[in-house]
Design a protein around this ligand. Structure first.
Ligand SMILES: *[C@@H]1O[C@H](CO)[C@@H](O)[C@H](O)[C@H]1NC(C)=O
Ligand SMILES: *[C@@H]1O[C@H](CO)[C@@H](O)[C@H](O)[C@H]1NC(C)=O
Ligand SMILES: *[C@@H]1O[C@H](CO)[C@@H](O)[C@H](O)[C@H]1NC(C)=O
Ligand SMILES: *[C@@H]1O[C@H](CO)[C@@H](O)[C@H](O)[C@H]1NC(C)=O
Ligand SMILES: *[C@@H]1O[C@H](CO)[C@@H](O)[C@H](O)[C@H]1NC(C)=O
Ligand SMILES: *[C@@H]1O[C@H](CO)[C@@H](O)[C@H](O)[C@H]1NC(C)=O
Length: 881
């Protein structure tokens, strides 16, 4: 029975290429495994599949030598069991085949050959990538037509989209220096034509009149329901459509326009239900020859206490996209920095945003201020516009002729950057993934120059943890792209790890040795020499990765910083008050872009400190550093090969090439889940006033009020708590005066800058009132403990979703019940995530709306039939185990 199944499947499947589209999975009828086959091994794929007795489904999409296998899944496990009976059996069999006995019988010999051709075999679990809670929102009052600069731009470019004047991120009449500045690019005739961006998100309403003409069906796929098109089905499948509208909403008579309004968008649906790691990996490589940019507005929870990143399989897909996507120029991955700043979260604790392969985009609001939600870190590359200080992003919504006025969060910042990159790629299609980053570094504009978070880098640029290198300016970016000389291929220097006082970590992440973290911190340093640069063909520095091994009884107390030979300091980990994890940093990898173009020769030092608290302590066991940059000689460049991140410390001596048998037995992928503090995001997100006077990382929190020169109220108060007390608020008067002053200055700058005097009008201040959207609370609640197998990913959408039908989401939680928190001793997680000890299985928090808010929009009737609980996409999660 086994054999014919495997062989029949093999005959049907082309072995060198993936099928036209991924095949449908059904986790309720089958268990899925990913096999990494060694093509140079002694046993062919057929032999391996035959020996395992599994059914071959297909190649794991674009990942070479990775194959999806399945077996009928009737294998009920005891609750809380970490075991996968099949993998247990397999591991036992494999260790028997590698026993050192000299004279093997033929079957044993064959078994050994087969085993040695299996690089890895791992079980796939469904995991929910979860969206952020939507607040109820008052619908925007329709603004009467005004004679404004937006109208003049619209007239000149023939833009008939009725909401274009509301799209302040395109033409900001009140703060003209704060906009994406794409209109001059359009006037150059560059509108993104020929470029495809994929929204890796929930559904995408490809039937929307605003998106239909720019929809790319070939690059689209629904990994939740395993159907070709990413149709929004659930009541809250709005997000992908809204993000897509920011990029590619057509120039027509519907809603507004996208930044690259002639580019195309594909929809890759992964957030509307649980998916496995291999499907997430496939999603990030889907259509990667034609699709240039992957827009990702999700990630681990922004709760200020998670430390999580992509699993090894997903990392492999990202590297595959970088090396092979777009004909080798590299896929462009754009990630939102995260919405957890108010919970002390930092984008360096998220393995997606601190990856060198991601362009990490944080947010500023329409006044150019830092919104309280937007996360800071040394890996932040740029900022662009999103919600805050009372205004949101206006973009296409799901449905016929629909427009959203409530989109925001860093979720909405990332697509604005994607739009700018689409314009640049239309102008210069040959830009590689690193050229895109270089152009960010070089053309981003400094905003709020008096913000104490800015520092000058060794290369003479300004950098801020909150703003990265500054705000993206489409015109400057595209102009620079047109004149840009492509960078040479990437190379790297992997510095030998430093072990401190016999610090060691085993595969179980048990840490011993190391120096105690004393008041003042523990220092260590390593030296980069000119020889190292030459030996590694290294021309100019770009990213710096630092891995640390630190044990600590309260991870959030730990602070880590490195200082370069030129004295430039990168804070890698700041204090996180909610992070009480006891697992320390078992080889976590941080990233900094602050040293871009710096001369790396000399001594790099690291300092690890904590809060010197009586109750908590830790030890610093060791660290390593990798410098990434451009090469001297493109011909001598090596191809980067991703290593298994799950290694003990100090790293074992280099072993000969594959196959390695026995030493690292394959494991079922460990499932993880994270809890989140209740309501760590207060309500009225979009209303809270931003700031520009606080460093991202300072010892003590700065005084909470501190009005600035612009009379900025505190984030907590906000200017416009509601329409009613808006008028009564004295602050509003001061605010308006401040706004008038700013307006005067900015108008002057704008006249000069646009060289187009005469189209600004006064009389827009009242729109501060009328445009104000009263945001509801988005009280979030950790719901505990149903699907241990779920690891959460959140949509960085502070308030873009709109619904009162939260029960449906709760259903989702219930339906996702599984007991598959398997922990086979070493983790599948990317870079040793936080949870060394198996958690109580948790299910992801589900949104809880503040039902006291009465201001509900009247558009619930538009909910699609599949809304609510229990439609297909959720069912298979529930039945899985
Ligand atoms: C999976 O298979 C079961 C049993 O055949 C079926 O009831 C269910 O609808 C299937 N689910 C999907 C998503 O196809
Ligand atoms: C609006 O602008 C047009 C020219 O674009 C001008 O003719 C008209 O007088 C203006 N209307 C008002 C009310 O300012
Ligand atoms: C990529 O684009 C080419 C040319 O337009 C087209 O023929 C091909 O089908 C596309 N492939 C995918 C996977 O979209
Ligand atoms: C480290 O281990 C070696 C050998 O086991 C021992 O000689 C040395 O004293 C240890 N050093 C520290 C600082 O513990
Ligand atoms: C890890 O822990 C398991 C059980 O707790 C133990 O059997 C195993 O030997 C440990 N592995 C290492 C490398 O310490
Ligand atoms: C095997 O796969 C598991 C799960 O993806 C991963 O944790 C582990 O690191 C892999 N091991 C090797 C040797 O590739």
């Amino acid at each position: 029975m086994k054999l014919p199944l495997g062989l029949v499947a093999l005959l049907l499947i082309p072995l060198t290429a993936h099928a036209v589209a991924p095949s449908k999975r059904n986790h309720s009828t089958h268990d899925y495994y990913v096999l990494e086959h060694d093509p140079h091994g002694s046993a062919s794929l057929e032999e391996v599949v035959d020996a395992l007795g599994l059914e071959l489904v297909e190649q794991a999409w674009e990942l070479q030598n990775h194959w999806i296998l399945r077996r009928p899944g009737r294998h009920v496990q005891a609750p809380h069991s970490n075991a996968d009976d099949f993998l247990d059996e397999f591991n036992e069999w494999r260790s028997r085949t590698t026993s050192t006995s000299q004279d093997l019988k033929p079957p044993e010999k064959r078994a050994r050959l087969v085993a040695s051709s299996i690089r890895n075999l791992s079980r796939q679990h469904l995991r929910q990538r979860v969206k952020r809670a939507p607040p109820p929102v008052r619908p925007e009052p329709t603004n009467q037509q005004k004679n404004t600069s937006a109208h003049i731009v619209a007239e000149r470019l023939g833009i008939l989209d009725p909401e274009f004047p509301q799209q302040w991120h395109l033409v900001n009449e009140e703060f003209p220096m704060h906009m994406v500045n794409a209109t001059p690019v359009w006037e150059m005739g560059i509108t993104g034509e020929g470029i495809i961006a994929a929204m890796v998100d929930d559904g995408l309403d490809y039937e929307s009149e605003d998106l239909a003409e720019n929809f790319d069906a070939e690059g689209s796929y629904d990994f939740n329901d395993h159907v070709p098109l990413p149709k929004p089905v659930l009541f809250d499948d709005h997000h992908g459509t809204r993000c897509a509208g920011q990029i590619a909403a057509g120039k027509n008579n519907v809603c507004g326009v996208g930044i690259a309004y002639k580019s195309k968008v594909a929809g890759i649906r992964i957030l509307s239900g649980p998916i496995s790691d291999i499907d997430e990996a496939s999603a990030l490589n889907y259509g990667f020859q034609n699709t240039s940019i992957y827009s990702c507005s999700w990630g681990p929870p922004d709760d200020g206490r998670s430390m999580e990143g992509p699993s090894y399989l997903i990392q492999k897909a990202v590297v595959n996209g970088i090396l092979n996507g777009r004909g080798g120029k590299g896929s462009i991955f754009v990630f939102a920095s995260g919405n957890g700043a108010a919970s002390g979260d930092q984008c360096n604790f998220d393995g997606y945003t601190n990856s060198i392969y991601s362009v990490t985009v944080a947010a500023i609001d329409y006044k150019g201020l830092h919104p309280y939600y937007s996360e800071a870190c040394a890996a932040n590359m740029v900022v662009t516009y999103s919600s805050g200080s009372g205004k949101n992003i206006v973009t296409t919504d799901v449905g016929q002729n629909k427009c959203s006025h409530i989109h925001g969060g860093t979720s909405a910042a990332a697509p604005n950057a994607v739009g700018v990159f689409a314009l640049a790629l239309a102008a210069r299609p040959e830009l590689t993934w690193r050229d895109i980053q270089h152009l960010c570094v070089r053309t981003a504009q400094e905003i709020n120059p008096d913000d104490p978070d800015w520092e000058t880098t060794a290369a003479g640029r300004r950098f801020s943890y909150k703003y990265g290198f500054g705000s993206l300016n489409a015109y400057e970016y595209v102009k620079a792209a047109q004149a840009w000389t492509l960078v040479t291929p990437q190379t790297w220097i992997e510095m030998p790890a430093i072990q401190i006082s016999n610090g060691t970590m085993d595969l179980n992440r048990t840490m011993t040795g190391g120096d105690p973290i004393v008041p003042g911190g523990v220092h260590s340093s390593m030296t980069v020499t000119k020889d190292m640069l030459e030996q590694n063909n290294f021309a100019k520095l770009e990213h710096v990765n630092v891995r640390v091994w630190i044990s600590h009884t309260q991870r959030g107390d730990v602070e880590v910083e490195i200082t370069s030979p030129k004295g430039i300091r990168s804070v890698l980990a700041g204090r996180r008050k909610y992070d009480r994890d006891q697992g320390g940093f078992p080889g976590w990898r941080f990233m900094s872009v602050k040293h871009w173009d710096e001369d790396p020769i000399g001594e790099w030092s690291i300092r690890v400190s904590d809060q010197s608290s009586e109750d908590h302590s830790g030890r610093f066991l060791g660290w390593s550093m990798t410098l990434w940059g451009s090469s001297i000689d493109a011909k001598q460049v090596k191809t980067f090969v991703l290593k298994d991140p799950d290694t003990p410390f100090p790293l074992p001596p280099p072993v000969p090439e594959q196959p390695d048998t026995g030493s690292a037995p394959p494991s079922a992928s460990t499932t993880k889940s994270h809890s989140k503090p209740t309501a760590h995001l207060p309500g009225d997100h979009g209303d809270a006033e931003g700031e520009a006077d606080k460093p991202a990382f300072s010892g003590a929190s700065p005084p909470s009020s501190g009005p600035t020169a612009t009379l900025t109220p505190t984030a907590d108060e906000g200017w416009f708590p509601s329409m009613a007390n808006l008028v009564a608020s004295q602050k509003w008067v001061f605010g308006a005066i401040g706004a008038v002053v700013i307006f005067g200055i900015s108008a002057g700058i704008f006249f000069y800058w646009r060289r187009r005097p005469g189209f600004l009008r006064k009389g827009k201040y009242t729109s501060l009132m009328t445009d104000d959207v009263a945001m509801g609370s988005i009280d979030q609640e950790q719901r505990s403990s149903l699907g241990g197998g779920t690891r959460t990913k959140e949509l960085y959408d502070a308030f873009g979703e709109l619904s009162d039908d939260e029960d449906a989401n709760e259903e989702t939680g219930l339906h996702s019940q599984r007991n598959d928190t398997r922990n086979t001793g070493f983790h599948s997680g990317f870079l040793e995530d936080d949870d060394a000890t198996p958690l109580e299985p948790h299910y992801k928090d589900e949104p809880e709306l503040d039902h006291s808010r009465a201001d509900r929009p009247p558009d619930d009737g538009t909910r699609s039939p599949g809304s609510g609980s229990g439609d297909g996409s959720w069912v298979h999660a529930s039945e899985g185990r």
